[in-house]
Design a protein around this ligand. Sequence first.
Ligand SMILES: [Zn+2]
Length: 467
Amino acid sequence: MKQPIWLLLLLFALNIQAQTDAETLRTIYTTSLTNGKSYEWLDYLSNQIGGRLSGSLNAEKAVQYTKEELEKLGLDKVWLQPVMVPKWVRGTKEYAFIEASSGTTTTVNICALGGSIATPYGGVKAPVVEVNDFDELKALGKEKVAGKIVFFNRPMQPDLIQTFEAYGGCVNQRYAGAMEAGKLGAVGVIVRSMNLRLDDLPHTGSMSYGDLPNSQRIPSAAISTNDAEKLSGMLALDKNLKFFFNQTCQQMKEVQSYNVIGEITGSEFPNEYIIVGGHLDSWDLGDGSHDDGAGCVQSMDVLRLLTESGIKPKRSIRVVLFMNEENGLRGATKYAEVAKQKGENHIFSLESDAGGFTPRGFSFDCSDAVFNKIESWRSLFKPYLIHYFEKGGSGADVGPLKTDTNVCAGLRPDSQRYFDHHHAANDTFEHVNKRELELGAATMTSLVYLIDKYGISPISNNEELKD
Ligand SMILES: [Zn+2]
């Protein structure tokens, strides 16, 4: 018997209504793995554009490229948000060697730290003092530090499972090493690379002089972990060896750049914003595939995957590609400032800035009550091996949006290999796995879907949840 058309339409509508959250997540993951765009975008960003240090031509190319790609998605709005950013340039390739008392020299691999000044013209050569931390440095005092190159050699702690914790335990050497050594009259700083394995690649990253006068500002560079071991070993045998390094980096005038933003405007609560993002700038040694090209293309795909999966968000969903996370955080600061001026209510902000590896879950910065609500969705993620739901930090770019009541979160991929690549010349496209990247995009999309559907109010209608 033939059904009337209105009945078929009603049955169809009821069927859409009845799609459970579990089914919706299945659709999202299937779409990402069979029809994702994140990998293709990353290929272009990494291989056609490359490293995107703030203020560089490549950074501007990345702004134009991602804006154009977002425009192709048929979002409600795509725009550029102007922001002034620092411009630091590396100059010619750095050069360094260890000179033993006997006069023999051994070349080692270094790179200038971002923000560092150049060495004096022709380089600097001086005896070396090795320290593990600022306490040891201060105990040596001016007498033993003045005129020397300070070598910070505290390794990342290998027995920590969360490698970001190991990073956090070391990074003050890189960030503030030159500041502390400069106060004591040192002439240069060499920092062991933030890398858990032994290899030949130096890892750059930002450093600061704080408000030190120019007279106390000294050049600082990272040395590869293999060469840090070598220098330490040689120093143990030959206290009078010297270290030479040459670098020509410099800080230029600030330049205009942009955050890239796209939006699907919410159908019911357009004034409640959910954002997903990563940072578009990267260090210059590699092509910034993991840090943070991956987070950018995943965030772009979140909006596309929602649409492709037939989801019409109730709230406004934005992708924000932040400029200048690595050496200034200007993009994030600007975005939060404008959001505040406009009184935009950002209920949920999710950042992907921990590499494009297999997703494990999320870290949430929110109240216990909201966290309990979000954690009740954990079983929906079980089929995708997503299990990590913990309270903790979110990310540098979404941090400025945190209020007492909203939620900021970070995607947490597996982190064991991240610091093999972080800020080094091997942060390149071939080290990102397509499926892992796509699983991350699907995981982010799934969480955004649930947040959009149920909101973040701890007492709201969680009982709608179907599995
Ligand atoms: Zn990053």
